[in-house]
Design a protein around this ligand. Sequence first.
Ligand code: 3PG
Length: 209
Amino acid sequence: MGVSMTALLDAAGVIPVLTVGDIGQAAPLARALKAGGLSVIEMTWRTEAALDVMKAMKAAEPGMIVGMGTIRTPDQAEASIAAGADFLVSPGLTPKLLPALLASGVPVLPGVATAGEAMTAAEAGFEVLKFFPAEQAGGLPYLKSLQGPLPDIRFCPTGSISRERAPDYLALPNVVCVGGSWIASQAMIEGGQWETVEANARAAAAMRT
Ligand code: 3PG
């Protein structure tokens, strides 16, 4: 494993979570995010084009660090690495997926939503955990409550976090970064609203602590 997940996410601050269905959107999207100051992104595997879009974004902006998200199976993990994913993100952990993620050779951000799941993931050796779906699973108060009993476990909350709420999450001592689709929503991507994406990326980059 080259760069650690902690180092990668510390540098990221805010991670755009992207769902892209058309490869033609990859290059302008990558350029807009980069121009706004964000270069670590999560590409969700929720469209058939996801792997190709990831490759195209990296080709358009070679400095971009692209993680493949919504990983649910060992096969998806393997295919993502083969396609050049820099890191992997999962919405949760399963007995089959956990060893595959550990063996993947790249940084991994596994999803958890409870104290018990966080303890299992930390025991397995994962450094930073995706708290998902953040707002629905308890939000800021829940993460604050984990700080006492689990002070060594750090999180990247994701799930319905708005631009307005993101700074509150980033201010928590056990939060390394936040993820969200507000920077580049599906509507913005489909509508080619690259100036809006760039402006949102700039606002997100300014939240980095
Ligand atoms: C995720 O998959 O991480 C979330 O769905 C991010 O998107 P949201 O900010 O729209 O919840």
